[in-house]
Design a protein around this ligand. Sequence first.
Ligand code: UD1
Ligand code: MG
Length: 465
Amino acid sequence: MSQKDVAALTVIALAAGKGTRMKSPLPKVLHPVAGRPMIEKVISASKQAGAKEVRVVVGHGQNLVRQVVEPMGVACYVQDEQLGTAHAVKCAKPETIEGDVVIMNGDHPLIEASDIKNFVEIFRDEKCDLAVVTADLKNPGEFGRIVRHRGDLAAIVEAKDASAETLKIKEVNTGIYIVKAEVLAHYLPLISNNNAKKEFYVTDLISLCIGDKKRVQPIKSTPKVAVGVNTQLELAKATRLIFKRKALKLLEDGVLMIDPRTTYVEESVEIGAGTVLYPNVFIRGRSRIGSFCVIESNSFISDTEIADSVQVRGGSYLENSKLHSKVSVGPYARLRPETEIMEEAHVGNFVEMKKVKFGKKSKAGHLTYLGDAVVGEEVNVGCGTITCNYAADKKKYQTKIGNRVFVGSDTQFIAPVEIGDDAIIGSGSTITKSVPAKALAVARGRQIVKENYTPKAVTPEVEKE
Ligand code: UD1
Ligand code: MG
C-alpha cells in the first residue's frame, strides 16, 4: 500500500475527568508514573505510532493539564462538564476529522507506540468500521465487560450496570477504540445517558454500530494494555511495572544489576553495556550513562551525562551535570546544576559543587564547597575548602584556580579571586586577593607561643592520699 492510500491517523485522548478515586488535588492524568505525568506517556506513544494529530480533551484542572500537554504540540478541546466518555469524545469535534481515529483514556500509562500501531494495523487489515481492544483479566473489577453472543462481540456493559452473571465475564474493555471518523461522527449523537451513572458512555458505540450491521471487531490484547489508573494503589502498581519493564530492557542490553526490582531507571535514560547498578539507584530524565560505570546504592542522578568508566559511589546526588571518563564521585557527593568534572578527576565525600568546571585529574577529597568556580588540571583541593561566592550584595562571584595549584585544607576563597598556575595556598588561609602563578599565599593569624604559661597544676586530693 502506498503512503497515499493509508488513511490519516488522529488520536483523541480523554483527560477531562476528575479522578475522584485518586483522592488527590492533582488532576488524575497529571499524576506521575515512573517520573512522567501519565498523560504525557499516552501522548508520546500516540505520536510515535504515527498520529498526525493528537486531540486532548481537558476539563477538570485544565489549566494545569494544558501546561503539560500543550508544549507537546497537541490541541486541547474543552469539556466543561464531565458528562461521560462519549460526551468527552464529542467535545473533540470528531466531525472535523478525516481518516481513522484512535480513542484512548488518558489514564492508561503503560500503552506503547507498538501497541497502537498493531491495533491500527489489525483494524485496517480487517476493514473494520469500529474495533475495541480487549483483554482477559483474572480480576476484572470495575472494568466494562465484553459481552459476546456465540463468540461475536455484542456489547460493552459497565460494571455498575452489570448483572451478577455479566460481572463474571473476565474479558474487559481496555478503553482503547479505533473507529472511522465518519462512523464516529454519525453515531456519537445517538448515544443516550440511560444508565446507572447517568453518563454518556463511549462504550455504547459498540451496540449501536452492531445494530446497524457495521463491521465491529474486538481486538484481544494483553492485560498490560488494560492497566488503567483510577486509585493511588493502581498508580503505584503502574509505576512499578514501568520501572520493571525498563530494568528488563537494560538487562537485555548488557547492563548489570544486583537487584532489578529495586533499580529505578526512567524510560528516557540510556545506559551502556557493562555498567553496574546497585540496588536503590534512581536515574531520571535526560541522563545518559556510558559503559563500565559503577553506580552505587542510594544515588540519585537526574539529567546528568556520565561518560565511560565512571564511579558514582553510594549516596551521591547529581543534577544536570556532566562527568567525563574515569571520574569518581562520592560517597555522599552533591553535584548541583552546570557542574562539569573532567577526565580522571576525583570528588570525594561530603563535597558539594555548583556551576563548577573541575579540571582533569584534580581532586577535592573531603568536605568542600565549590560554587561558581573554574578549577584547572591536577589541582589538589584540601579538606574543608570553601569558595565564598555569594556576597552581601546578593550577587555571585567567580573563583578561578589555575593548573597544579595546591590548596591547603580549610581555605576560603573570597570571590572574585584568581589563583595562578602552580601556586600554593597555605592551610587555613582566607584568600581575598588574587595570587600570581608559582607564588605561596598564606593568609592566617600568626601563631603565638607563650612558654610556661599554664598555672601550676593543682594536684587532686584523692591522689594525695
Ligand atoms: C472506562 C470505560 C470502561 C473501561 C475502562 C478502562 C466508559 C463508560 N467506561 O471506565 O468500559 O473498562 O474505562 O479503563 O467509557 N473522562 C473525560 N470526561 C468524562 C469522563 C471521563 O474526559 O466526562 C476521561 C477520564 O479523564 C479518563 C477516561 O475518560 O481519562 C476514562 O474515564 P474513567 O472515569 O476513568 O472511566 P472508567 O470508569 O475507568
Ligand atoms: Mg479509568
